[in-house]
Design a protein around this ligand. Sequence first.
Ligand code: E4P
Length: 218
Amino acid sequence: MRIFLDTANIDEIRQGVEWGIVDGVTTNPTLIAKEGADFEKRVKDICQLVQGPVSAEVISLKWDVMVEEARKLAAIDDYVVVKIPMTPDGIKAVRILSAEGIKTNVTLIFSANQALLAAKAGATFVSPFIGRIDDNGNDGVKLLDEIIQIYSNYGFDTEVIAASIRHPMHVVEAAMIGVDIATIPFDVLKKMFIHPLTDAGIKRFLQDWEAYQKGKEQ
Ligand code: E4P
């Protein structure tokens, strides 16, 4: 499973890349706004850092303006993937962009039918928002499962990004059903390293080693 970081924060991305486990990045207007950075410059900087797919979202809701915006975003860097919202206009834009070889990530997916339409339009990625589905009293991981089954039934190339991840168990559940990618907030990624028995084990090994060294000195 590939791991994307769901952030526009350069320090978080640099740390993830240094760990050697980050394959790409997803941003959205909320995450960019949180950083207060120039949008295009930030997207370029992230592409240079991560050297993998970097999703940058269009703002327009009209298909023709979306297509123009998408072409400009795609011109920033070869790694840019244009994020398009799941609407009829969005799907029309994805079909046009796909024919031009521009990579797309259809975002705000909340049903299997939406994912089916996005794949039919030639989307490179779809992003089902599993955390927001759970927040709404439904089962986000079940939706991932349905999409994977449908894509496998018909041999769609569209890759599934588990998005809106809230905690490490979401990552485990997504990995268990074979999702292609999970886009993970930095605080969740950090939690994935942690286990109290690992910390206790290290402490014990160091104590035993110290005692052994002291014993040799006597
Ligand atoms: C995905 O690409 C989105 O940026 C993100 O996962 C949304 O997550 P949220 O529901 O925590 O805002």
